[in-house]
Ligand binder design. Structure first.
Ligand code: UDP
Length: 238
């Protein structure tokens, strides 16, 4: 499958049309942004790692019955996916308090929740992806009640599968962001990516951060963190 015209260039990926009307190619870049694009940089080799890791996670989820956009890895940076229209919600699952949750509610980072929690943001860069609740999403026709119910159920199911997997490689899955899309036949599938750009990964023993917080917070050795994550994941898969 060949790339045809570029449809869209995002912060970390480009999306291309293919000769197949129902299939796109996503191509992962090394570009990194944070704080709604205010901070920009490059994480050497990130695109290669995120492509591989996201595809491994999507395949793990598929094996456990979660529908995803993944079709086939084409190269180090390129993956063939199902064409979807993205539901304009960022779906965030949290197991421990961190980041914006800690800042907003004054809860110390690392506080373990009694049960996982879920929130939605309106995917809109101009507005800075504001937090919104399910009724807001329905009122704004971003999704139907049925969509929200299905997305919430999938998000918790994905959390359970990922949490268990990461535990086996000594990683605490703190939180992560998902995006869902609708395929041509109307079904909802997991889309976008699962990577250290979109998840918080803490070493279970040392608490060391192995994700994009190293970039956001200038903690150093950003590349090393991404490499360590893919190393652990591929050694578990082998
Ligand atoms: N996240 C993301 N994209 C965003 C916002 C958040 O992938 O635009 C991820 C982030 O990496 C983290 C989780 O979602 O794993 C929760 O992020 P949070 O709301 O705490 O925001 P942040 O502190 O990153 O601004």
């Amino acid at each position: 499958m060949e790339k045809k015209s570029m449809l869209y260039e995002g912060k970390a990926k480009r999306v291309y049309e293919t000769e197949h009307p129902d299939q796109y190619i996503v191509s992962y870049k090394d570009d990194a942004t944070a704080f709604n694009g205010l901070k920009k940089g490059t994480i050497e080799g990130k695109g290669v790692i995120n492509n591989q890791m996201s595809n491994l996670m999507m395949q793990l989820l598929e094996r456990k019955g979660v529908p995803t956009h993944f079709i086939e890895e084409l190269s180090e940076r390129d993956t063939l996916v199902k064409k979807v229209s993205i539901v304009p919600l960022e779906v965030i699952v949290r197991n421990l308090a961190a980041g914006s949750f800690s800042a907003r509610y004054g809860v110390a980072e690392g506080t373990v929740f009694d049960e996982p929690t879920l929130e939605f943001s309106y995917k809109n860069d101009e507005l800075g992806d504001p937090l919104l609740n399910d009724r807001h999403a329905i009122a704004m026709k971003l999704a139907t009640r049925e969509d929200i119910e299905q997305i919430s159920e999938l998000a918790f199911q994905i959390n359970q599968i990922m949490k268990e997997f990461f535990q086996t490689i000594g990683i605490t899955l703190v939180d992560f962001k998902l995006e869902f899309g609708r395929t041509a036949d109307g079904s909802i599938v997991l889309a976008d990516e699962i990577s250290p750009d979109t998840c918080r990964f803490w070493d279970s023993k040392t608490g060391e951060r192995l994700d994009k917080d190293r970039f956001r917070r200038d903690l150093g050795n950003v590349e090393g963190a991404y490499q360590e994550m893919i190393r652990r994941i591929t050694s578990a898969e082998a």
